[in-house]
Design a protein around this ligand. Structure first.
Ligand code: HEC
Length: 135
């Protein structure tokens, strides 16, 4: 083998992984900005929730077959009651009515990419359509 050909192998070994990184083989997990600013304080950075108080988002139906209801849930908030033993506690999720469609789209895409079951292709158009169906 000529010295020229021998040199090619180490060059390839360095170049290939670098090319794979550049070409976007990296997993796309979306932009966490809106989530971290508005949601992580209750639901946790990893969507793990907080005991009985704040539900985990990692196994939520709103990131599966109920995803069409998620924009309304976020913009209207949730009021609810939890019963622990003989105590009833009112828990609530604040309304995020001021999020723009862009922020809502970026947020829901982030949730879906990280903890969703996939399936729906999201767009700003679809999200505004869902928002028009809020009760
Ligand atoms: C002040 C704490 C708080 C903040 C901030 C908050 N939530 Fe919640 N969230 C709750 C509580 C409490 C519930 C449960 C309400 C109930 O079921 O009665 C809930 C429920 C949910 C659910 C339904 C989970 C399920 O499957 O039952 C989703 C989805 C959700 N929140 C997403 C978000 C997103 C996205 C944000 C940020 C825009 C956010 N929450 C911000 C407290 C919070």
């Amino acid at each position: 083998m000529s010295p020229d050909r021998l040199l090619r192998w180490p060059v390839m070994l360095v170049l290939l992984p670098a090319l794979m990184l550049l070409s976007g083989c990296k997993e796309n997990r979306g932009d966490p900005a809106v989530y971290n600013r508005h949601c992580a304080s209750c639901h946790g950075r990893e969507g793990q929730g907080l005991r009985a108080l704040y539900p985990a988002l990692t196994d939520s139906a709103y990131l599966g077959h109920r995803i069409g209801e998620l924009p309304c849930l976020i913009s209207s908030g949730v009021r609810g009651k939890i019963v622990t033993g003989n105590r009833t506690k009112n828990i609530r999720m604040p309304a995020f009515a001021d999020l723009s469609i862009q922020e809502m789209n970026s947020l829901i895409s982030y949730l879906q990419l990280n903890w969703g079951k996939g399936g729906e292709t999201l767009s700003e158009q679809k999200i505004s359509q869902w928002l028009r169906t809020c009760p």
